[in-house]
Design a protein around this ligand. Sequence first.
Ligand code: FRU
Length: 496
Amino acid sequence: MTRKLFKAREYEEKYSKEITKEERPDFHLTPYVGWMNDPNGFSYYKDKYHLFYQYHPYDTNWGPMHWGHAVSEDLLHWEYLPVSLACDMPYDKDGVFSGSAVELDDGRHLLMYTGVKETQVKRAKHPQVRQMQCIAIGDGKEYEKYENNPVIDETKLPKGASLVDFRDPKIVKTSDNTFLAYMGSRDEQKSGQILVYESKDALNWKFKSVLIKNNGRLGTMWECPDVFELEGYDVLLASPQDVTADQFEGLTGNVPLAAVGHIDKEAQKMHDEDFQVADYGMDFYAHQTVLSPDGRRIMIGWLQNWDSCSNRIPDTKWYGQMSVPRELHIKDGKLYQTPIKELENYRENQVLKKDFVLQGQDQTIEGLEGRTIDTTFEIALNEESFNKFEIKFASNANKNRFCSLLYRKDDNTITLDRLYSGTQRALMHQKSCKLDDGASTLKLRLVLDKYSAELFINDGQKVMSMSFYTELDAQEITLSTDGKVKMSVEKYDLKM
Ligand code: FRU
């Protein structure tokens, strides 16, 4: 073991003890200690889900990246394993960036990641970043970096591709026993593209194709690709940077993308892609999937975003969390997401109120409260009359802390808002999502886990997620309307 890896393990062993279970969310994975961003190496291996993550153990801010590691049997209860990769080689001395994992035929677990190094280039004033793809192989706990790393460097880039932005390999094994790796890249126009590399042994790679070119449609660089088949479609997930409001339903910055279309498997070219927003909330990015043993495609994302990650609790020893794992489906060409069904095993204390008429402001329902809950609201849109319907949650007795979600009938939008959550930062604290017209019922499933809210609208047709760091005594939920709303509520505590 290298000195750097040893040091990181010693550090996390010691300082993770200072974080109590109560200080963490109940089922959303947080870093063992320090900082977490993207999910990495999300895989099912030796009867367990493995989730690695971008990790800086020494600080709650981003820094030289390591790979943290956790395993789970149900994707809701996590066991921390020792940090698996440190930036301890000449080719990754400035960061072990995002990547993925695959099981080899001989039973070993292979990790493919981006090594980052700064290097002095001839005639350049300052050192230049170089990103290259590397391999580590292990047994689910200990990983050894491959002696011939990097396996893909700048000499294997197609013409015009950026030397600086070339990262986040997603490795997949195809049915004819070849490996493909999809990578985020930028072309000569400084616009994102996804590159495809091919290998017979996952060690020797050659460039195959450009899967898709952004051509200025969505932001600049596209990070963190994932590619899979789903119910007759091919889906590309990616995380475009620098999106402008005119490009993607009014969203800006780092926006999680799901492109649903078809891929010519021989040529590895995507066509007929439909760009969909994978999450309309403030905090969701770098999403990755795994195939469960029973064939479900399950997605997890970083439940933060580069544009909002200064919103936090002062003085905690962890920062960053993963989303609830979400099952993916396609209906009429659109990606749907629902929390994994295992979550329902932890429902307790049902509160059920059917077909009542809500009227007035800040109404409460007995038992409708809590910060680790799973609640579904069904609202009849054509009965009774109202324009606004609002749910305030994580609200305290003084009413100076709350988050809210507001539905407006006149423009058929939902707005998620955390301005009064106790945030000390002047970031964007509100996001809206326009719903599809024509539905007679609005179904809102709201999953809270202490410091996060994930809203699944109309059976997961659209999703909005955010983190918020309100004190935990803010537990109340109230309902308001400017008219009369015929609705039902079904609420459960989640007892993990
Ligand atoms: C996405 C990302 C990746 C990179 C990693 C670095 O959030 O920027 O492209 O590999 O984070 O931590």
